[in-house]
Design a protein around this ligand. Structure first.
Ligand code: AMP
Ligand code: FE
Ligand code: FE
Ligand code: ZN
Length: 289
């Protein structure tokens, strides 16, 4: 079984609609994928329907925009939390997702103003048109507008020079505190897994002792160990850690279609026994698969 538990669609910053995502997953010889769009579930049911037609299992997923301060009162870092099996009709989680998406929308104007001041003239309407069909407007959509206007070559250049954290057009938005996010995922029946834990944005906030605290005092369920952003040594360290604490170890591509290079479907995968543990936990919590 080939299992890829973190993919994106046009419901956030991926470039494949649910049908195409499913077709590409079959082409990549996957048996199971999870659709984990940023801060919304819009593609999950359509992808599950397409999956049923071609014999691909599609797990209900979510990638929640969270934050955590670095240890010893350091700066706030963005940390992504994967939620598997959250009930879509959970009111408390739904309200938080609405807040997150409003925060995404609320910063677009200011980012456009900053880009304009740098000589890159784009409008909020350009961005909303680019994000058409996505409930979660993101910087990748802004990057795509910049690419379309010939200001940058690709999303990567847009982030490196303008949109990334600390770059001149960066504007922060609302993020859910990580422990709150874990609680929301679990109370809606879901399983909470920290995404790309030691990726470039989150490592400083998540040293091993903090990860361990998240397990002991917030009940975190697992860690995405195998991910394109993690080198061999990181996987070894995080893998040892998940073993020692009995956590679920997942692996995934974080596929974004053509929106991200190095994240081809199935580049990293989840072991079958870990997937079974995940699904059993969702069922025990009364979640929605
Ligand atoms: P936002 O959702 O607006 O906070 O934007 C963050 C998203 O941008 C992340 O989910 C990544 O998928 C994407 N991203 C971050 N850096 C890059 C990059 N260098 N190239 C392409 N996409 C990126
Ligand atoms: Fe993304
Ligand atoms: Fe992420
Ligand atoms: Zn992702």
């Amino acid at each position: 079984m080939r299992i890829d538990l973190h993919t994106h669609s046009t419901a956030s910053d991926g470039t494949d609609g649910p049908g195409q995502l499913v077709a590409e997953s079959r082409r990549a010889r996957l048996d199971v994928i999870a659709v984990c769009d940023h801060d919304n579930f819009a593609s999950v049911l359509p992808a599950q329907e397409c999956g049923r037609q071609v014999g691909l299992s599609v797990l209900n997923g979510l990638e929640l925009s969270c934050c955590l301060a670095e240890p010893l009162g350091g700066r706030l870092r963005e940390v992504h939390l994967l939620g598997y099996g959250c009930r879509h009709d959970d009111q408390e989680l739904g309200e938080e997702l609405t807040r997150l998406r409003a925060g995404r929308l609320g910063r677009v104007g200011e980012i456009c103003d900053r880009l304009g001041a740098l000589g890159l003239s784009i409008t909020e309407d350009d961005v909303l048109a680019q994000a058409a069909g996505s409930p979660s407007v993101g910087r990748p959509h802004i990057a795509d507008v910049l690419v379309g206007k010939g200001f940058v070559a690709d999303r990567r250049q847009a982030f490196d020079e303008y949109l990334g954290d600390g770059k001149p057009a960066f504007v922060p938005r609302y993020y859910t505190p990580l422990r709150v996010g874990i609680g929301l995922v679990q109370r809606s029946g879901g399983v909470a897994v920290v995404a790309h834990a030691w990726g470039p944005g989150s490592r400083a906030a998540l040293p091993l002792h903090v990860l361990a605290e998240l397990v002991t005092d917030a009940g975190m369920d697992g860690v995405e160990v195998d991910h394109p952003d993690h080198g061999v040594e990181v996987r070894l360290l995080l893998g040892t850690f998940t073993n020692r604490l009995g956590l679920i170890r997942t692996g995934s591509s974080d596929y974004h279609g053509t929106g991200k290079t190095g994240n081809a479907l199935g580049t990293c995968t989840t072991a079958e026994d870990q997937y079974e543990r995940l699904v059993e936990k969702i069922d025990r919590r009364g979640g929605q698969r």
